[in-house]
Structures are given as structure tokens and as C-alpha cells.
Design a protein around this ligand. Structure first.
Ligand code: ADP
Ligand code: MG
Length: 272
């Protein structure tokens, strides 16, 4: 669907609440519940991830962070809830979203080269059976260059280090030329140089008006990297600007008092 058509659908208010349709918010979740068994992994979560901002999704292991993202995208089914993207149901806005899954969840033995992985990000534009033109290949190479991986284009993906693999997945997301970027723990297991390279790319996306939402586990960098936080532990605990929401009180509520001494020390002077 074109953006014009999406806007018209939004004006019709089809299948989404008027509030979400009117907001043109990059990503709105309403009453999302997901369960793998009897106990919900994510329960009745509402969220509104803002435009022109970087949002961190924060919570302990098993809090439902990955599940929430996957359910929002429709990668796994949800029991209830509505998802809208830029004011329209997500089904109408898939081409505006790029998703980088948690690295641990990807099969790295899959025999494919770096440039192929990045070009997969372009398929939505050209169609799976359409041959990629030289211009598309050049675009994929440019995306690899932006993450410092241009020299690795013809390597097998499985032969790269964790940080290099993460950069390639970011390059694929860049190739999608999306308006909303969803990343699941993009900094997990990467070295300092890669972390810097990734954050620079994400900040540039933000300054170009894109919305970036990332599951993030390192509490010590939240203030430096993010504008907005969403705290979750199965249920939504708090959401808002970093200055007012990233507080020790909210973190304690999120981690259920399980925030260890190391974490608290890290946060001295970071959260207030
Ligand atoms: P987080 O990303 O916050 O660490 P997850 O969303 O991965 O948490 O997991 C939330 C809960 O759901 C955990 O208790 C986890 O064990 C469970 N879970 C996650 N994926 C599955 C699955 N495919 N099948 C069954 N349970 C799952
Ligand atoms: Mg996770």
C-alpha cells in the first residue's frame, strides 16, 4: 500500500482506534497479551513509541521484551491487542518497519554471504522473483559501508564475529530504508568499537527523523543513548522521557528488587 492509501485508510479509521489513527505515532500497542502456555509472557501492555526519538525497552531477563516486539510485528501470535504503525494497522505499514532480531535467535550456519543478507533487505522493494539491479547491489554495498563492513561483502555470514554479524544485520535494516527501526539487544555481545559504530548509525537515523526502538540491557548507557524508556516486567511498569522515567524507583519496580548491587553501583549518579 502506498503512503497516500495508508493515510486514506487511517482517515477511514478502519480497524484501529481513533486515538491511534489520529496520533500518527510510529508504533502504538494497545492491550497486547501473549502467552506461550498458561501464564502470559506479556500481559495487557499499552505503549506509544514516539517519533524522532530513540526508545529503550528495559526489563529483566524473561520480562517479555522480545516477545512484545515479536508479537507487535506478528512474528508470533498474540492473544489480544491492537498494533498500529504511523496511525494505520501494522499490516498496512510493513514496508515502513525494519526489524533486527536478537542475535542469539538467528541460525548463523545458514550458508549465505554478507552481501546476500543485506540484499534481503531490498527484496520488499523489488519483489522476491525480480532480479536485483546493479543499482540495488550498489545500495547494499553502501549500507555495508555505513556500518564499516564493506570489505566483508563476500564472506560467509557464519565466519564473522558476533559484532560483525550484528553490523551486517544493521546494514540489512538500513537497506530497507524504513521509518521505524526495531532492534532486539543490538549491543549484546559486541565489542566497544562495534557498539560505537551501531550507536552512531542509530543516532544518525534519529536525526533524519526516524523512530528507533531497541531492547537494551546495559542500564549504564541508557541516559547517553536514549531519549525515551519503556520499562516492562510482563506488564508495563512505566514509560516516558529518560529524565523523568529512568528512576531508581521505577527500576526497582521493574526488576522486583532483584537489581543487584553491581547494577545499583553502575547507576549511582546515572539514575536519580
Ligand atoms: P526477554 O526478551 O525479556 O528476556 P522473552 O520475551 O524472550 O523475554 O521471554 C519471556 C518469557 O517467555 C520467558 O519466561 C521465556 O522463557 C518465555 N518464552 C520465550 N519464548 C518462548 C517460546 N518460544 N516458548 C515458550 N516460552 C517462551
Ligand atoms: Mg529477549
Amino acid at each position: 500500500m502506498t503512503r497516500v492509501a495508508a493515510t486514506i485508510a487511517a482517515q477511514d479509521g478502519r480497524a484501529i482506534s481513533p486515538a491511534a489513527a489520529a496520533s500518527d505515532c510510529p508504533l502504538t500497542l494497545q492491550g497486547i497479551t501473549v502467552s506461550y502456555g498458561e501464564k502470559p509472557a506479556v500481559f495487557s501492555v499499552d505503549a506509544a513509541f514516539p517519533a524522532n526519538a530513540m526508545t529503550a525497552i528495559i526489563g529483566p531477563n524473561g520480562a517479555g521484551k522480545s516477545t512484545m516486539l515479536k508479537a507487535a510485528l506478528g512474528v508470533i501470535p498474540r492473544l489480544s491487542g491492537e498494533v498500529s504503525v504511523f496511525g494505520v494497522p501494522i499490516e498496512q505499514a510493513r514496508d515502513r518497519i525494519a526489524y533486527v532480531p536478537q542475535r542469539a535467535s538467528v541460525d548463523w550456519d545458514f550458508p549465505t554471504t554478507v552481501i546476500d543478507v543485506v540484499q534481503m533487505g531490498l527484496y520488499r522493494k523489488v519483489g522476491l522473483i525480480g532480479r536485483l539491479s546493479g543499482a540495488m547491489t550498489a545500495q547494499a554495498k553502501e549500507c555495508l559501508d555505513r556500518v564499516g563492513m564493506a570489505d566483508f561483502a563476500h564472506r560467509q555470514i557464519g565466519q564473522l564475529s558476533g559484532g560483525q554479524q550484528q553490523r551486517v544485520f544493521l546494514a540489512r535494516a538500513l537497506a530497507q530504508d524504513a521509518d521505524l527501526y526495531l532492534l532486539d539487544e543490538p549491543f549484546a555481545g559486541v565489542d566497544a568499537a562495534t557498539e560505537r559504530a551501531i550507536i552512531d548509525v542509530l543516532k544518525l537515523l534519529k536525526s533524519n527523523g526516524k523512530a528507533v526502538v531497541a531492547v537494551h540491557h546495559d542500564l549504564s548507557t541508557v541516559r547517553d543513548y536514549f531519549d525515551h524508556v519503556f520499562l516492562i516486567n510482563v506488564r508495563r511498569v512505566a514509560e516516558g522521557p529518560v529524565e523523568t522515567t529512568f528512576t531508581t524507583e521505577n527500576l526497582n519496580a521493574t526488576y522486583g528488587g532483584r537489581l543487584g548491587a553491581t547494577h545499583m553501583a553502575e547507576l549511582e549518579g546515572v539514575a536519580s
